[in-house]
Design a protein around this ligand. Structure first.
Ligand code: LLP
Length: 438
């Protein structure tokens, strides 16, 4: 995985840093990000567009993992940023990210969030529904501002990782339906409104997708409409945003394309479709989240208790679980892991990795072949860089772990571990309902 290797002590290293030292220095559980790999991925996407001679924006979907340092890394690499909430926007602004390169998503943006984004002069709103058109228009007028927008459409294609479902009327909470006239009505409304500069269309068909078929099917549906709307409304889309969703390899069974290969294949098809419909090639925007950070992240845990259920299973518990990685419990997501003290040692038993939360479903990995181990060893679970910390929670009042970036043999703490103090920071003592008080 990435720049992970094994050093002279036989320990797992990431970015040239000994993971056992990291566990000692920063404690466990610990998320370790190999930022060299994130840079490589970012450059891979950008270079591919450049090589194909297509103007683009690659926006990191910060829902995958947002923090001040992460956003600063994305800025260093010259990417744009997709935010989906006031909190993600706030983080980006505090990180000093160029607001012009921020795209604001969401199916229920609040008036406060919209005002905040307009005040910050962000680059683009991805408008999701008719209520938002009204709301955004009103707030633009109050502030005497114009908003650049993309219309989020549902092209009627849903990707379920390997296969695609074509539905006439897609059952999704997001976007304007492309087939039933909703999207066209949204276009008419926004073109007629001085509050908006309509840049183009957006769609996102799903996540952890292994093939390009679904993207191309979606692009085709959008391009057909673009051709239609050019004639009807003299509307030329400057931007076509194809969303994110490029899959990554969590386990050996996963067979995604190389991240940049998705772009290459999709863009080649999109160019042909544009030619076919005699449309000028718009700027292509994408929004990768998982494929930028997923396999760059590794979680280090300390090994603790174990339980043997004769003839059934060996449980091995670690000091984290569904509080720092809810994906196995939520999606049956699968991961691979090694004992970081001796990653090269032969696997000699099979264990199921349990978390420490009070819930039977708190299992991180079922049936993992593993080498000899003992309490205090470090278990490294790979590919936890996307939707790991981002979906971490305080279930059982477990503090969120720390996050460390590593590169070229150096490590830097970028998110501190939560303390017990942090956990009760917003708690208040009973006062009004105290016994004896009125
Ligand atoms: N753009 C839009 C509009 C999205 O909704 C998403 C993800 C992305 C981009 C980024 O997709 P990615 O490249 O990361 O696949 N929590 C789930 C994933 C939810 C994805 C939601 N939207 C998980 O842990 O698998």
């Amino acid at each position: 995985y990435g720049t992970s290797s094994v050093n002279e002590k036989g320990h797992l290293t990431i970015g040239g840093v000994d993971t056992i030292d990291l566990a000692k220095d920063f404690g466990t559980p610990l998320y370790v990000y190999d930022i060299h790999l994130i840079r490589q991925r970012a450059r891979g996407f950008k270079d591919t567009f450049e090589r194909l001679g297509v103007s683009s924006q690659v926006a990191y979907a910060s829902k995958a993992f947002s923090s001040i340092a992460m956003i600063q890394l994305i800025e260093q690499e010259g990417l744009s940023l997709d935010v989906v909430s006031g909190g993600e926007l706030y983080t980006a602004l505090k990180a000093g990210f160029n607001p012009e390169k921020i795209h604001f998503h969401g199916n229920n943006k609040s008036p406060e969030e919209i005002a905040m984004a307009l005040d910050a002069d962000i680059g683009c709103f991805v408008v999701d529904n008719f209520y938002e058109i009204e709301l955004l228009s009103r707030i633009c007028k109050e502030k005497a501002k114009q908003a650049s927008i993309l219309l989020r459409v549902t092209p009627g294609i849903e990707a379920h990782t390997h296969d695609y479902i074509l539905t006439g009327q897609e059952d999704s909470k997001f976007g304007f339906d492309l087939q039933n006239g909703q999207a066209e009505e949204a276009l008419q409304k926004t073109l007629d409104d001085q509050s908006f500069k309509v840049l183009g269309l957006h769609c996102h068909i799903g996540s952890q997708i292994f093939e390009t078929t679904g993207f191309i099917m979606a692009a085709e549906k959008m391009i057909e409409k673009m051709a239609d709307w050019k004639v009807k409304y003299h509307f030329s889309a400057e931007v076509l945003n194809l969303g994110g969703g490029f899959g990554i390899r969590y386990t050996k069974e996963d067979e995604p394309l190389a991240p940049a290969k998705y772009v290459e294949d999709i863009i080649t098809e999109v160019k042909m479709l544009m030619d076919k419909h005699q449309l000028a090639m718009p700027e292509i925007w994408i929004e990768p989240g998982r494929s930028l950070t997923g396999d760059a992240g590794t979680t280090l845990y300390s090994v603790g208790s174990s339980k043997h259920v004769p003839e059934v299973r060996n449980y091995l518990a670690v000091d984290g679980g569904m509080s720092d990685n809810i994906r196995p419990a939520l999606y049956n997501a699968r991961y691979e892991a090694v004992i970081a003290n001796r990653p090269d040692a032969k696997a000699e038993t099979v264990v199921s990795i349990a978390g420490k939360c009070c819930e039977s479903g708190d299992m991180l990995i079922w049936d993992l072949p593993i080498s000899e181990h003992q309490p205090g060893d470090v278990l490294a679970v790979f590919c936890t860089g996307a939707y790991g910390y981002a979906m971490a929670n305080n279930y059982n009042r477990i503090p969120r772990p720390a996050v460390v970036f590593v590169e070229d043999g150096r490590a830097e703490l970028v998110i501190e571990r939560e303390s017990y103090e942090d956990l009760i920071k917003h708690d208040r003592s009973l006062s009004r309902f105290k016994e004896g008080s009125e």
